[in-house]
Design a protein around this ligand. Structure first.
Ligand code: ADP
Ligand code: GLC
Length: 490
């Protein structure tokens, strides 16, 4: 099979800019594809939070992007994804990207997100033409890149880049990029595209919908989520579009970077360990307890949380059952996250009431995220919806059985513990209620305290699983080839 030219366009790329797991995916899959001989390149915005240092080089030629009334001028900074030859191009634009946040500031979503991300879409395609590098396929990620398939089907169809196929990956259907019609004018897309089977939803422009109608093929990040989003109760209003495009939609479970996330070699945790010897993990637990100021006790069952604080993640369920769990069970919690103000306040209250049992860090802290994965005995993820979820994969890789609600990718990636057999990798519950979660925490506790051999087997089962990109990268290559053939009309 000949190597492919693949362009990733994304609002987030780990480790340069990260809000959630989308960044992890875009920071890792391109490297795996490049290792297999493909020419993969990545484009993202040069947000104010990205430190442009000597590892970046500026492109001489300014980036004139044909959006708005008069062209918008940007600049391109080039670097590489760490430990790889994959080029990363960061697009600078003072007005649109010189601010630290990706999607939202302290007062909510940036009101010019439609313009900012239209610039990203058109800018990425302009850059390819400038480089004389026409990708076979453009891999788009979530609503911010939804105008790429639209542009390639309309305004740019007859240009050299118009032959590129597109694959749109839905990381989270909940966020769709609703905006005013001005976005179409700004993108120079014909006004006729403002219709229900293209970009229009409820009288507004919907950037995700544009991507879903116009991309050559669609993927999402787990098989179960690909089914859920075709149903009215799981499609966030776009289920009809996904049913319409069902023949072009595939669910591919995310892989993880098994080099970055490896407890045997991880230099960011205080002690490394393997499935044969958990000594280092016990020491990580003590380090975590010390770091968060809770009592240092090797015997207590310690439950970790690393999450965006958002309704999607179901952490309100945890906040509601925390007092009864902390008072009724011999447990500790290590919680890292930020987002929803009401949830932050609930966790702060609980941490103040139970200082020796609940350790809390409000904010984003990549190092602490790893220490929680390594030092906890269980990982809690009560998501209402979860397209894939990476933190439960990291937890299993670090020997920390996850407690998850049975939804989306959590169904596909966690195997239910079967008491008496020692089989399984974690604990799944069905109902999105505080009671169901508290019960499952209780189940985990009794396994930890009363069935320690089975608990150890659970840990080992998770660590023995292959969560690397291996198989999923092959599936993406199949989808790229399928899309390229479809675009050529084969
Ligand atoms: P989502 O993308 O929906 O947030 P995922 O489980 O796919 O959920 O990915 C979340 C990613 O973000 C993981 O890499 C996780 O470690 C990281 N993360 C989430 N919250 C924080 C935080 N407060 N500090 C550091 N890393 C975080
Ligand atoms: C989204 C989803 C999460 C998924 C991640 C990476 O943020 O919420 O479930 O793991 O994207 O695909």
């Amino acid at each position: 099979m000949p190597p492919l030219k693949i362009l990733f366009v994304s609002p987030e790329v780990d480790p340069f800019v990260k809000v959630g797991g989308l960044a992890d995916m875009v920071g890792s899959l391109p490297k795996v594809l490049a290792d297999r001989g493909h020419d993969v390149r990545v484009v993202c915005p040069a947000y104010g939070s990205i430190k442009i240092d000597e590892t970046f080089s500026p492109r001489e030629e300014p980036l004139g992007v044909d959006v708005g009334a008069a062209a918008h001028w940007g600049k391109t900074w080039q670097t590489h994804l760490p430990d790889s030859k994959v080029p990363l191009y960061c697009l600078e634009h003072g007005q649109f990207f010189d601010r630290p946040e990706v999607y939202a500031g302290p007062w909510g979503d940036h009101p010019d997100n439609d313009l900012r991300f239209t610039f990203l879409c058109r800018g990425a395609l302009t850059l390819c033409q400038q480089l004389g590098w026409i990708p076979d396929v453009v891999h788009c990620h979530d609503w911010t890149t939804g105008f790429i398939p639209l542009l390639l089907n309309t305004t740019l169809r007859d240009s050299p880049i118009g032959r590129a196929a597109t694959v749109m990956t839905i990381h989270n259907l909940e966020h769709q990029g609703y905006c005013d019609r001005r976005a179409l004018d700004f993108a120079h897309v014909p006004a006729a595209e403002f219709r229900a089977d293209s970009t229009e939803s409820h009288g507004k422009v919907n950037m995700m919908k544009a991507g879903l109608y116009h991309s050559t093929k669609i993927t999402t990040v787990s098989p179960t989520y690909s089914e859920e989003i075709k149903r009215p109760d799981g499609g966030f209003g776009l289920d009809h579009v996904l049913r319409f495009r069902a023949a072009d939609l595939v669910g591919i479970v995310n892989g993880i970077d098994t080099e970055v996330w490896n407890p045997a070699t991880d230099q960011t945790i205080p002690y490394t360990y393997t499935a044969e010897n958990f000594g280092g993990k016990t020491t990580c637990k003590a380090a975590l307890q010390k770091e968060l100021g809770i009592s240092i006790d090797p015997h207590v069952a310690l439950f970790g949380v690393v999450s965006r604080f958002a309704t999607q993640k179901g952490l309100d369920l945890l906040a509601h059952c925390l007092p009864s769990v902390l008072e009724g069970m011999h447990v500790q919690f290590a919680v890292l996250g930020s987002g929803d103000g009401a949830l932050e306040a609930m966790f702060r209250d609980a941490a103040a009431r139970y200082p020796s049992k609940l350790g809390l860090y409000v904010g984003f802290n990549a190092k602490l995220a790893k220490l929680i994965q390594a030092g906890s005995d269980f990982f809690v993820m009560p998501s209402r919806t979860e397209p894939c979820g990476l933190t439960q994969l990291y937890a299993m890789r670090y020997g920390t059985p996850p407690i998850v609600r049975a939804t989306g990718g959590l169904i596909d990636t966690v195997d239910q513990y079967a008491p008496g057999t020692g089989e399984g990798t974690g604990f799944k519950f069905e109902d999105a209620t505080a009671l169901a979660l508290a019960n499952t925490i209780g189940w985990a506790c009794s396994t930890y305290y009363d069935q320690s051999e089975e608990y150890t087997r659970l840990r080992r089962n998770g660590m023995a699983k292959d969560f690397s990109w291996g198989a999923s990268a092959n599936e993406y290559l199949d989808v790229y080839r399928w899309a390229i053939a479809a675009r050529k009309g084969e």
